[in-house]
Design a protein around this ligand. Sequence first.
Ligand code: TXA
Ligand code: MG
Length: 323
Amino acid sequence: MTERLAETPAGIARAAELLRAGELVAFGTETVDGLGADATNARAVAAVFEAKGRPRFNPLIAHYPDPAAAFADAAPTDRARRLAGAFWPGPLTLVLPRSAACPVALIASAGLDTLAVRVPAHPTARALLRAVARPVAAPSANRAGRVSPTIAAHVLHEFVSRIAAVLDSGPCPVGVESTVLDLTGDGPVLLRPGGVTREAIEAAIGPIETSQPAGRLRSPGMLASHYATALPVRLNATRVAADEALLAFGSPLAGAAATAPRSLTGDMVEAAANLFAALRTLDEAGSKHTLRTIAVMPIPETGLGLAINDRLRRAAAPRQEPR
Ligand code: TXA
Ligand code: MG
């Protein structure tokens, strides 16, 4: 049985105790729900890969309660310190060289000599991380390749009875994952757009690259197909058919069989927060009414729109079977 824990001191203490004992515990962050394991315990980390059905070559982010703890395990550069000052705690993940004394199990970073570190902003997540007092490896709490969860019910839907506990801290306010920035090369490289916008990062440290250097897949997790919904996704819809579900941005197109109850408003923050829940709702409508596709209205490619469009393009990409 999966324990459902409330975000009370007792619930947080129980979640920490389970994590320290090597169990898997899902917990909310400001971005999406994570599937946590003691990052220093290789068996616990292996159990995360197993539970998710995640390819072994896709490394995990280590989560810390504060920047000092993160920088003890991953050696900071000047830029890393500046970014931590500007955006931590918050939805930014930094890829840095592992420090010599780094206790994070090698399987967590999939054998790479780098480590992705993040200090989440959610007060419950921070309280949990303080109580665990060890780095916590936490991918999004979904089966590999699927849509990320933003409420505890989504997590239970995929993992009930397969994990020890879920710490329920309500809906995740940001709704898309953290921005992943690689600081191990000459210049910073944006590996995954996310909750901190590119514009905000560039305002702090100057221009960043997005393209991946040829021949080296720097973020192995960034498979083209991800966030797979059951229904195929059709992007940039300017009209919608009667056998389609609609993900609206701004005022909805008329004529769809189903529209997400809270369609994405023209407000990007709101749109990001509702994105994954809306995709799940439309999938459910699709299986109930045998719909053909989820049609998605165009979303501007600025600010959080970069992260939203990135997730939607992956949802629309031809499917690869997760290994
Ligand atoms: O918002 C988030 O980041 C959430 C919450 C739970 O913190 N976590 C999350 O984890 O999205 P996950 O595992 O679903 O995505 C982590 C991404 C993957 O694309 C992975 O390939 C990349 O970070 N990554 C992790 N470690 C890396 C490393 N050492 N080098 C390059 N990319 C790395
Ligand atoms: Mg994920």
